[in-house]
Design a protein around this ligand. Structure first.
Ligand code: IPM
Ligand code: MN
Length: 394
């Protein structure tokens, strides 16, 4: 499936690419779930730049749109239906926008836009959520932290994504004569812990070889199991330094000493909360991508045939207040698309080219509305896509 050579590439370019270790003539089918608010706008720009990459490096990407979130609730009565799930299951990767908005926010509603993404996580088995936190030197002024705390900050949070409080049973609310009551359940099996901790070690091995595993072992039984299993898995990775840290302490370190971290691995809810905290220290949520993977990332790996696809999404939400105005920052979506090229398709050169173009865009002083200073004219969403596409294209 990967070596279809559907595109003709000049022989000079081809031999240069081969020398550089590139994959040639790949063809992939990507489900595009733009969702609500700014989701579809930013996703459209990612498609634009990945297509430019495809033309430049000789790959073909087929983009197949599907409904999810609030728009799916409006049109089909559910946040994700079997048509969209089948589309996704027949794809090589999923590019996701964002879901949600005030229209669907009633706490008593029976269906919520967020059900769509939760259903995808569970159905696809997206157990490892990678959230890289990188501080762009160009954007340090927009960070709430002092510049001296941000030097060299570059870490990845790996959040367990298919277990813990989000999915544990029982999960319900009821009422009796004593009043209303509700319960969520935090539970983990050792296998669930092992596989996500392994992702942490593998990634740390590709980076600075330091892994922080976060838990609340002073309070919680699941955390004591987590710590025990992480230590056991650590024996397979003697070259990686494993540091256990309490999650509340980590919350403090993220804003006081963020540069101590390289890779962080933690359970679902801790990861949800800490990744939002970590996201803002870089200056803008509009810059941070994420990957939700179905298997352990390998530097030279590509998706196995028959396996389920991984999903890539910006970590910012649907921002309904700015939707449709052409001012959203598409860089987080594009960086998510770069992660897709890297982790689903093994296209490292191409991912580097896209990330490099985004770095270059910022280095030249261009800014979108969320990161522009008062005296700057922000670049519009579609224009960002045109500029990055021109940069990565031939
Ligand atoms: C996230 C979001 C989701 C979560 C919501 C939309 C269900 O906050 O991806 O971090 O809580 O996991
Ligand atoms: Mn969240």
């Amino acid at each position: 499936m990967w070596e279809t050579h559907r595109y003709r590439v000049s022989s000079r370019l081809k031999s240069k690419l081969v020398q550089e270790g590139a994959v040639l003539g790949m063809e992939a089918r990507i489900a595009v779930l733009g969702g609500d608010g700014i989701g579809p706008e930013v996703t459209a720009e990612s498609i634009k730049v990945v297509d430019a990459i495809g033309r430049r490096y000789g790959h073909r990407f087929d983009w197949v749109p599907g409904l999810v979130g609030g728009r799916s609730i409006d049109e089909r009565g559910t946040a994700i239906d079997s048509d969209t799930l089948n589309l996704v299951l027949g794809s090589d990767a999923v590019l996701f926008g964002a879901v949600g908005g005030p229209k669907w926010d009633d706490p008593l509603a029976k269906v919520r836009p967020e059900d769509g993404i939760l259903k995808l996580r569970k159905t696809l088995g997206l157990f490892a959520n990678l959230r890289p936190v990188k501080v762009y030197p160009q954007l340090i002024d927009s960070s709430p932290l002092r510049a001296d705390r941000l030097e060299g900050v570059d870490f990845v949070i790996i959040r367990e994504l298919t277990g813990g409080l989000y999915f544990g049973k029982p999960k319900r609310r009821w009422e009796n004569t004593r009043g209303r009551r509700a319960v969520d359940t935090l539970s983990y099996t050792e296998k669930e812990i092992q596989r996500v901790v392994r992702v942490g070690f593998e990634l740390a091995r590709m980076r600075r070889k330091r892994l922080h595993s976060l838990d609340k072992m002073n309070v919680m039984e699941t955390s004591r199991l987590w710590r025990e299993v992480a230590t056991e898995v650590g024996h397979e990775y003697p070259d990686v330094e494993l540091i256990h840290m309490l999650a509340d302490n980590a919350a403090m370190q993220i804003v006081t000493n963020p540069n101590i971290f390289d890779v962080i691995v933690t359970e679902n809810t801790f990861g949800d909360i800490l990744s939002d905290e970590a996201a803002v220290i870089g200056g803008s949520m509009g810059m941070l991508p994420s990957a939700s993977l179905t298997s352990i990332p390998k530097l030279n790996g590509r998706r196995r045939r028959g396996g389920k696809p991984s999903l890539y999404e910006p970590i910012h939400g649907s921002a309904p207040d700015i939707a449709g105005r052409g001012i959203a920052n598409p860089l987080a979506s594009m960086l998510s698309a770069a992660m897709m090229l890297r982790w689903s398709f093994g296209l490292h050169k191409e991912a580097n080219a896209l990330e490099g173009a985004i770095d270059g865009f910022l280095a030249e002083g261009y800014r979108t509305a969320d990161i522009a200073s008062n005296d700057q004219v922000p670049v519009q969403t579609a224009k960002v896509g045109d500029m990055i596409a021109a940069q990565v294209g031939d």
